[in-house]
Design a protein around this ligand. Structure first.
Ligand code: NAD
Length: 499
């Protein structure tokens, strides 16, 4: 047993409440390591009473946090970032054991989340509103940005530290407290991640484990004030509906089914390598995974051959071994992906490579990176696969590619590989998504807002827009001297209505 496994056992069934890991009295569930199918950890469903205690602690901590100077808050957030980086190999091992991704990727998450804490630590102290040109001479008229209070952050299993980090960094920098509700598949990762937050006021950041009921209890609680949700469309709709009852501001980051377009001017070798990364990273369990490929007919065969070769060369195995692709995060997810492939084949798709569980792995929920020849009419192109699948359709023109890309209820990201400036410009302008990547799949930047359109959701994470998700505006007007206003009573008779 490693030191991290010992710590995972200690943290199992706890919640991080008011600055301490305390055992929850709620019902308990096992988390299964998807590479070994053995128990990795366990978690409890936080009870209603535990939710009440956490919400009270969060409100108390928030008022202490907001009374501190902006500089002290910034320093405390930089300390969070440093601790996160220092502990990243530990939380990374834990994450791999809980949901299977390669250690390189789970270790990366700690550093990537830390980067957003450093970014928000600085931008939040550089402005807290703005001063307007006064509408009344001599007055100070301004908008002050104030924290929303207590935010609920509900996160999925695929990038728990990165996604909770984007939301928590912005919320804390804005002066808002956060209660995080992790996925049922990665509860202990976020409990362990709390080691980086111990120096903050007790209760400012908390983790309450459980399923949809815990999430709903937090969202509907009268003393929580904002909701940030990342996950599936269905769950997002439930969360948004509950939040709407109290008009709580809601940030929704739901599913994607990103298109990946390849045009003849692209370097096909590089485009295929980029495509393999975009489709198979984290076993395809990325909200911005390339989910459907539209490749110009003149380079279709060359692209499919190269992508299939790249897919077949990927090493599939336990995330704690030197591999490229881990297992699917759960058996349910594996079975879902198998059903999608079976349905595609039924509809006429042809498997170029993959399409099965790897024969050399008898245990674990592994699936081979899969390339399929498809057309746009098939179900696999409409909806989110969220697995290691690359369905590739042939298109005759950029017009057709853009039309297919936009033929979707979801609108997170889109990729295009081209060396033609005019084609790049058209893709950027015409594709109906929150993100467009030209020749650089899946990258992000703390300083640029991330999010989607259509059923993918509303609101933005990262950038100054991300900070404003957790602040409200207050209109303030200050007259230096109290003087009578010419608009006051009594009204002059000259202004009265005349017939
Ligand atoms: P999920 O919707 O099943 O769960 C996400 C979280 O919501 C979990 O913590 C879950 O317990 C909670 N939840 C579920 N139902 C709820 C309800 N009714 N009320 C309150 N909370 C509820 O998603 P998942 O399977 O964990 O993650 C995969 C999904 O997340 C994919 O659709 C993916 O595209 C999406 N995702 C989106 C982004 C983005 O930025 N747009 C990023 C990552 C993942």
């Amino acid at each position: 047993m490693t030191e991290v496994q010992r710590r995972m056992a200690e943290l199992s069934n706890t919640i991080y409440l008011a600055g301490e890991w305390v055992p929850s009295v709620g019902d308990r569930h096992d988390v299964i390591d998807p590479a070994t199918t053995e128990r990795a950890s366990s978690y409890a469903d936080a009870t209603g009473e535990e939710v009440d205690r956490a919400v009270a602690a969060a409100n108390e901590a928030q008022s202490i946090w907001w009374q501190m100077s902006a500089l002290d808050r910034a320093n405390a957030l930089h300390e969070v970032a440093s601790k996160m980086v220092e502990r990243s190999p530990r939380t990374g091992e834990c994450l791999t054991r809980e949901m299977g991704k390669p250690f390189r990727e789970s270790n990366w998450e700690g550093g990537a989340a830390a980067s957003s804490f450093r970014y928000y630590a600085e931008i939040a102290r550089s402005e807290a509103g703005r001063v307007a040109g006064p509408a009344i001479a001599g007055q100070l008229q301004m908008v002050l940005k104030e924290p929303l209070g207590v935010a609920v952050s509900i996160v999925p299993y695929n990038f728990p530290m990165l996604l909770a980090g984007w939301q928590a960094a912005a919320a804390l920098a804005a002066g808002t407290a956060v209660i995080i509700k992790p996925s049922e598949l990665t509860p202990v990762t976020l409990l362990m991640w709390m080691e980086a937050f111990e120096h903050l006021p007790r209760g400012l950041v908390q983790v309450l484990t459980g399923g949809a009921a815990t999430g709903q209890a937090l969202v509907s609680h009268p003393q929580t004030h904002a909701v940030a949700f990342t996950g599936s469309v269905r769950a997002a709709q439930h969360v948004a509906a509950t939040a709407a009852e109290r008009f709580k501001p809601t940030l929704i980051e739901a599913s994607g089914n990103d298109a990946f377009i390849v045009m003849p001017s692209a370097d096909i070798e590089i485009a295929a390598r980029g495509a393999a990364f975009a489709a198979f990273l984290n076993c395809g369990q990325v909200c911005t995974s390339a989910e459907r490929f539209y490749v110009h007919e003149s380079v279709y065969e060359a692209f499919v051959a190269r992508l299939a070769a790249a897919a077949a060369a990927l090493r599939v195995g336990s995330g704690l071994e030197p591999i490229d692709i881990g297992p699917m995060a759960s058996k349910r997810e594996l079975l879902r992906v198998e059903r999608i492939v079976a349905r595609a084949v039924e509809q006429g798709a042809r498997i170029e490579t993959g399409g099965r569980r790897p024969p050399h792995r008898s245990t674990g929920w592994f699936y081979e990176p899969t390339v399929l020849r498809v057309d746009h009419s098939m179900e696999i192109m409409h909806g989110e696969c969220f697995g290691p699948l690359a369905p590739v359709a042939r298109v005759a023109s950029l017009d057709e590619a853009i039309r297919c890309a936009n033929d979707s209820d979801l609108g997170l990201g889109a990729n295009i590989y081209t060396n033609d400036l005019a084609e790049s410009a058209r893709a950027v302008r015409e594709i109906e998504t929150g993100i467009v990547w030209v020749n650089t799949p899946l990258n992000d930047n703390d300083a640029i807002p991330f999010g989607g359109r259509k059923f993918t959701g509303s609101g933005r994470e990262l950038g100054t827009e991300g900070l404003d998700q957790f602040r409200r505006s207050k209109m303030v007007m200050i007259a230096p001297d109290a003087e009578p206003d010419p608009e006051w009573f009594p009204y002059p008779d000259d202004d009265a209505f005349r017939t």
